[in-house]
Design a binder for this molecule. Structure first.
Ligand SMILES: NC(=O)c1ccc[n+]([C@@H]2O[C@H](COP(=O)([O-])OP(=O)(O)OC[C@H]3O[C@@H](n4cnc5c(N)ncnc54)[C@H](OP(=O)(O)O)[C@@H]3O)[C@@H](O)[C@H]2O)c1
Length: 283
């Protein structure tokens, strides 16, 4: 079957069935895009799809991809490219914090595996299509939590160390920013724009799996958080605005360019992370 030749712009949102991703699906559909909401599974995906379709009809559809097994990514990509011949916006957003140490199907520590390797592998899989689509964009959900990272490039999988749910999460969010910087460098001259952003501290299902003190205080902390709609604003600004289209590789929050911390501006480490990631994915 030939892919449909679309004149309508198409957007793919990972982790689109919940929280910030759900609101980014809504925002992109409102902006006139055909939206592919990617869900880990049908159970959580189907009710979200139903809600979105009640608002936007057939402009929203669902595809499945559990990113804890990277082999699912080429399967998703094949399903997508069999149907569409363009990808205008890729929103890498699926992510979480794991209370206990877990591993992906490839044996990587889960936080690093889903939050960083997932973004990397998803982007690589869709790059040919993003390159052949004019003015495409890649937007990566990162976090201010990167400021508390202590990334050890010799131990990206956090092995032989007491597991820290918070540290592994913060490290993975620094990876999102470094990945975006290096991606922008590699995409120079292609016309593709890429940015990362902090959505704010948002009342979503994030940290549902937290353990210890974090689990204890999170419900209280939730009272002070912003809603998902507000949390989606910066991501939508990066996907849609002329402002974000005038530069690439930057880190944003509240729809403004931010510096991030010193580790997040380290181009040597951005290249190093890229090379180590490529090596890991080749193994
Ligand atoms: N909430 C915040 O305050 C905050 C702050 C900074 C950054 N962020 C970032 O924002 C992004 C979205 O999080 P959220 O706050 O909207 O939380 P959320 O409501 O829990 O949404 C997370 C989404 O990621 C999906 N996901 C998790 N593991 C996955 C896997 N293995 N494969 C595929 N999808 C998977 C979830 O699927 P299921 O529904 O199946 O679980 C869900 O759709 C994350 O990258 C997070 O790090 C959040």
């Amino acid at each position: 079957m030939q892919p449909i030749s679309m004149t309508q712009r198409v957007c793919l949102v990972t982790g689109g069935n919940s929280g910030i991703g759900f609101e980014m699906c809504r925002g992109m559909a409102k902006a006139g895009f055909h939206v592919v909401m990617v869900s880990r599974g049908k159970e959580r995906g189907a009710p979200a799809l139903e809600k979105l379709q009640s608002e936007f009809g057939e402009s929203i559809e669902m595809m499945l991809c559990d990113m804890s097994d990277l082999e699912n990514i080429p399967i998703l990509c094949a399903e997508y490219t069999a149907k569409f011949d363009r990808l205008d916006v890729l929103l890498n957003n699926a992510g979480a914090l794991w209370g206990n140490r877990e591993h992906t199907a490839q044996g990587n520590e889960m936080t690093f595996g889903v939050n960083h390797l997932g973004y990397f592998a998803m982007t690589q899989a869709f790059l040919p299509l993003l390159k052949s689509t004019e003015n495409s964009r890649i937007v990566n959900t990162a976090s201010e939590a990167h400021k508390m990272s202590r990334l050890d490039f010799t131990n990206l999988n956090f092995e032989n160390k007491r597991y820290s749910q918070w540290r592994t999460y913060c490290n993975s969010k620094l990876c999102n920013i470094l990945f975006t910087r290096e991606l922008a460098r590699q995409l120079e001259g292609t016309g593709i724009i890429t940015h990362s952003f902090h959505p704010g501290v948002v009342r979503t299902r994030f940290a549902e799996d937290a353990r210890g003190i974090m689990r204890l205080f999170w419900p209280l902390f939730r009272l002070t958080m912003i809603g998902s709609k507000r949390g989606a604003k910066t991501g939508l600004h990066l996907a849609l605005s002329d402002d974000a289209g005038s530069s690439t590789g930057e880190y944003w929050s509240t729809s403004k360019r931010r510096k991030g911390n010193r580790a997040a501006r380290n181009d040597v480490n951005a290249t190093r992370l890229w090379e180590l990631t490529e090596k890991m994915l080749d193994e």
